[in-house]
Design a protein around this ligand. Sequence first.
Ligand code: LLP
Length: 426
Amino acid sequence: RPMLRMDPSAGLLMEEVPLARIAAAVGTPTWVYSATTLRSRARALLGALKDAALPAEVHFAVKSNPNLAILSLLAAEGCGADVVSEGELRLARAAGIPGHHIVFSGVGKTEREMRLAIAEDIHQINLESAEEAVMLSALAESLGRRMRVALRVNPDVDAGTHEKITTGKAENKFGVAIEEAPELYARLCRMPGLEVMGLAVHIGSQITGGVRPYVAAYRRLGELVSALRAQGLPVPRVDCGGGLGIAYRDEQPASPAALAGAIHEGLGNLGLQLMIEPGRWLVGPAGMLLSQVVIEKQAPGRRFVILDAAMNDLARPAMYGAWHGILPVSPAAYRAPASPADVVGPVCESSDTFAVARPLPALPPGELVGILDAGAYGASMSSTYNSRPLAAEVLVEGSQWAVIRERQGFEALLAGQRRPDWLAPA
Ligand code: LLP
C-alpha cells in the first residue's frame, strides 16, 4: 500500500504523518484517510475512461463515504455524486457539487426527496418501478416541470458477490426486469412530467474475479438500447452503475481499464452519454480505522486482542464476515514473534469480531493498530450502538493532516431526548 510506510523510529506512517501522532492528538478510534490515494484513484479511474475514449462521467456513490472533505476532494478531481437520500443530496450540494452533476438512485424515494431533486434540477433520477414513475411524473407536472429520468433495469446477471450486496439478479428488489423494460420505457416516454434520458443498471458491489458479469450486463443493456431505438424511442444515456471491487485480501478485482473495456464492448458503439457510479473502488483502500488495544485476554486455547473500536464503528466484518487487514503501528511490534489472535471489539455481541486467528505479535494495552481498507462503508455505516459516540475522521496529505469530522461528544447521545412529564423523575 503506497500510502503506508514503516519508519524504524516513528512507526507506521500514513503518507508522511506518524499514525501515533494522530492518535495522540485526536484519540482513538479514528478514521484516517490518505488524500493522495483518493486523488490518484480518481485520476486512474477517469484516466482509464478517457484512454478507452469513453465519454463517461463518474458519479461517486456518496453512501460509501459521505464526509464533506472527501466529497469536495473527489469533486475537485472531476467526480459528481450518486445519492440515495435527501441527506446525501444535501451533503453533495454542501460539498459544492452542482445539481447537474448529481444522480438520485434508490428503490424508495419519498415525495419529499423527489421534490428536492426537482428543485435542485439534478442530472437525473433513476427510476426503479412503474409506480415510482407515475408518482414522479404527477409531482413534476404539478410543479410545471419535466424531470430527467433513467429507467433502472435489472439484467438478471449474477455478479458473484456476497449475497447481501448483489443487486442485479431477478429476485432482488432493484430495478425492473429486463423483459418488462421495453413496454415500460415506452410508457415512461408518454408520461407528461418525465423527460426520459435512458437506462441505468447496477449489478452489485465488491465485484471481483473479472469483468464477465459486467460484460454480460452491458451487452444485454446494449441490445435493449438498440431495441428501444428501433421502436423510435430516444435513448441518449446509460448509467453503468458501480460495483468495482478492491483487494481486501487476495481477491482479484478487475482494473478500471478492464471495466472501461467491458463498457466499450457492450455500449461503446451506440453514441451514448455514459456514466458510472463507483464508491468502494475510489475510497475503500484510501482509509483505515486507527484503534487502540484496550487489553489482551488469554482464554483456554484462545487469545483475544480487545480493541477500542467495535462493530458500531466498522460493521463490515460483523455484517458480512468481511476480511480486513490489520497492521500494528509501533516499530517494536514488527520485531516481535506473531501468534494467532482473535481481534474483537468491546460491544456485547459475539459478532463484534474483526479477525479470527490472525497472526499478530503481543499487543500490550495502548498499542495502536490500523484496520485497513476501511475508507468505504466504514464511517458511513457506523452507529452509536452500545452508546458509543461516532469516531473522529482525519485526512492526511503529505505531511499535513486535519480533523475532517470531530469525534462525537457524549452530549450528542442525549441530544433531542426527552422524558415525558407524566413519567416520574428518577
Ligand atoms: N450505485 C448503486 C445504485 C448502488 O446501490 C451502489 C452500492 C453503488 C452505486 C456503489 O457501489 P460500489 O461501487 O461501492 O460497489 N455496505 C456494503 C456495500 C453496499 C453497496 C450498496 N450499493 C459493503 O460494505 O460491502
